[in-house]
Design a protein around this ligand. Structure first.
Ligand code: LIP
Length: 276
């Protein structure tokens, strides 16, 4: 059995590289931009083209597997996570960055088996950084082992969070008040960063650059691969409440230690979102 996930891992890395080539060649060209749920939720023809290429390549190799993809979902396909081996794909995580030429654009590919992620690949196509994780086999960046920082104290942490792709008043009020609770005169983090890609935010927690990341409103394709990279790098991913992580709940909190994750969970005002 383990053997067969090795084959899947190699296929994921190979197709991520191929997707990366397409993304790189489109990165500096003019793009045709469309919007999805609202005026700041962007999509380009590259997102759609790359997702089709990834799915058809993997489907040819693994015809019995299931697929969940960001752009397939946007086109109306049902998002259903079953026990069947399921590939969870975000062809371009950081579409806004891609549109603007900000070099944090990733291909995110995960394989879930019995609802457990066994393969996770996050490839920053512009900076050529390949983050990988395989269940029980560690996490790597360009083939070198990576580890979380192990930081436990909020007051010593660099946090990562995002403004998201909704401008709903209630959601924005929550985003700002949550950031405010970690940037204040008393128990403050060292700073907060936004890379514009959930998958890359998680990968940077995995390699110790950031100490924790949280966001409300993400989807399973944004976090599935990053989840395994963080786990294999020694980190923890929880629900924003501090409870167990639920990939379909649209909420994520990952950190370099359980203690830091719990401190952040306690400081967050929660939000319920429509599930994937
Ligand atoms: C993006 C996420 C990011 C979030 C954005 C968006 P996309 O994914 O990774 O964390 O803040 O709203 O959802 O749409 O670029 O694949």
């Amino acid at each position: 059995k383990t053997e067969s996930w090795d084959v899947c891992f190699d296929a994921a890395v190979e197709v991520a590289r191929k997707a990366g080539e397409e993304i790189r060649s489109a990165f500096s060209s003019e793009k045709r931009i469309e919007t999805k749920s609202c005026a700041v939720d962007l999509v380009t023809e590259t997102d759609q083209k790359v997702e089709k290429m990834i799915i058809s390549t993997l489907r040819e190799k693994f015809p019995t597997h299931s697929f969940i993809g960001e752009e397939s979902a946007a086109a109306g396909e049902k998002v259903e996570l079953t026990d069947n081996p399921t590939w969870i794909i975000d062809p371009v995580d950081g579409t806004t960055n891609f549109v603007h030429g900000f070099p944090f654009v990733a291909v995110s590919i995960a394989l879930s088996v019995n609802k457990e992620v066994v393969v996770g690949v996050v490839y920053n196509a512009i900076l050529d950084q390949m983050f990988t994780g395989q269940l029980g086999k560690g996490a790597f960046m360009n083939g070198k082992p990576i580890h979380v920082s192990g930081q436990e104290e909020l007051s010593q942490s660099l946090l990562i969070s995002e403004f998201g792709s909704s401008r709903d008043k209630e959601k924005m009020d929550l985003v700002f008040s949550n950031l405010g609770s970690f940037l204040n005169e008393n128990n403050s983090a060292h700073g907060v960063r936004s890379m514009g890609s959930a998958a890359l935010n998680m990968s940077h927690v995995a390699c110790g650059g950031g100490d924790a990341y949280f966001e409300f409103g993400i989807h399973c394709w944004d976090v599935a691969a990053g989840y395994l990279v963080v786990k294999e790098a020694g980190g923890v991913t929880l629900d924003t409440t501090g409870g167990p992580f639920d990939m379909m709940s649209r909420r994520v909190l990952c950190a370099s230690s359980v203690k830091l994750a719990r401190t952040i969970a306690e400081g967050l005002t929660q939000m319920e979102l429509e599930r994937d």
